[in-house]
Design a binder for this molecule. Structure first.
Ligand SMILES: [Fe+2]
Length: 354
């Protein structure tokens, strides 16, 4: 993709975000941010007449909260160049839109910036994935239909042919589900370019059951397929047992390295609705260059996670975070199927295939 192509792509994205002439647009970068993304977003914002500034921050300073074991690094969600950087937060709160090129997700600083009315767009993926998964006109209404179902539900159950059967209680956080459709045009709202999926956080301490991960499921941050079954027991909202072969041992070791009970808490849960995302996308990427939106958002996957819940006002501010995408599984809200064996069931969430 040429530099001009990239500016054109980012201009289309900023138009979806309804960036207006005179609006303040911030671009946040840190160590390792792609220079071509900084330059292309600045240029695209200026094309649309925005008042653009670029803020580059150094690596986060060490605090008592980020001295985790190095074995778990590569997944330090919530610890960013903005961690503890008060003046940076204040400057970014002045923007109408913040283009987040460092990954502020699951950080208290992002929550504070959103509360000031700034909409936040995270962008990490390489250009070919951004271009393929740019939001389509039917992306938003389908995920908003999913959000209405989540907001009305009291229970969420996931099952799978491999033997999963786990129920989450909803209500504590589910009245405002998190809906991702790949752009943000509403004050204070976060989204991630690209990806289409819906999710929520369960009530704390009330998830019960068993999940059996099966070959073809994907564990992030490893960005690896599961190759043999992993039996995960959940009691009172926390993982209490992980059993199986090598994959289970690997996962167990990773979790233990955090030395943090909150790492085992059940976190966001939802399903993917992005027909342009690829189940096997992780086989096609350079792992270092992509966050894995293909695997997280593909149509009909069940995505569950562990760790933090500060995004929705909870108190678990832990950088230990797994996202796990299950293929061919089922998800029910109060008994009504949203996904059955990998097929999206409600008509208003489906892609109409011609
Ligand atoms: Fe996540």
């Amino acid at each position: 993709m040429t530099a001009i192509d990239l500016i054109d792509l980012f201009q289309r994205e900023l138009e979806l975000c309804r960036v207006k002439p005179g609006e303040v647009m911030a671009v946040l970068s840190g160590p390792g941010t792609r220079n071509d993304y900084i330059e292309a977003f600045v240029a695209a914002g200026q094309r649309l007449g925005a008042e653009v500034f670029h803020l580059n921050l150094p690596t986060a300073k060490k605090t008592s909260n980020n001295t985790r074991p190095t074995t778990a690094q590569g997944a330090l969600w919530g610890l960013t160049p903005l961690t503890g950087h008060k003046s940076g937060v204040e400057i970014l709160k002045k923007a109408g839109i913040l283009i987040d090129l460092v990954g502020l997700l699951h950080s208290p600083e992002q929550v504070e910036i959103q509360k000031a009315g700034t909409r936040v767009l995270m962008v990490v993926e390489p250009p070919d994935i951004l271009a393929r998964m740019l939001s389509r006109p039917n992306s938003r209404p389908r995920v908003e239909a999913a959000g209405r179902k989540i907001a009305a539900a009291k229970t969420l159950r996931i099952t799978s042919p491999a033997g999963s059967d786990l129920t989450y209680q909803l209500g504590q956080y589910s009245h405002t589900p998190i809906l991702q459709y790949g752009y943000t045009d509403t004050p204070g709202r976060w989204d991630h370019f690209p990806g289409v999926f819906a999710y929520t956080w369960p009530n704390e301490g009330q998830s019960e059951g068993t999940i059996v991960l099966h070959e073809g499921d994907i564990i992030f941050p490893f960005k690896e397929f599961v190759r043999n079954d992993i039996v995960i027991t959940v009691e009172k909202g926390f993982i209490t047992d992980i059993r199986g072969g090598f994959d289970a041992e690997h996962l167990k070791h990773f979790m233990a390295a955090w030395n943090d009970p909150d790492a085992y808490a059940m976190a966001h849960i939802g399903w993917g609705l992005d027909e342009m995302a690829l189940w096997n996308g992780i086989s096609l990427i350079n792992k270092e260059s992509a966050i894995g939106q293909d695997g997280r958002a593909y149509y009909g996957n069940i995505l569950w996670s562990t760790g933090p819940n500060t995004d929705v006002g909870g108190t678990r501010n832990t950088p230990a975070h797994l996202d796990i995408a299950m293929r061919g599984a089922s998800l029910y809200l109060d008994g009504e199927p949203m996904v059955e064996k990998g097929d999206v069931i409600p008509a208003d969430q489906q892609i109409k295939r011609g």
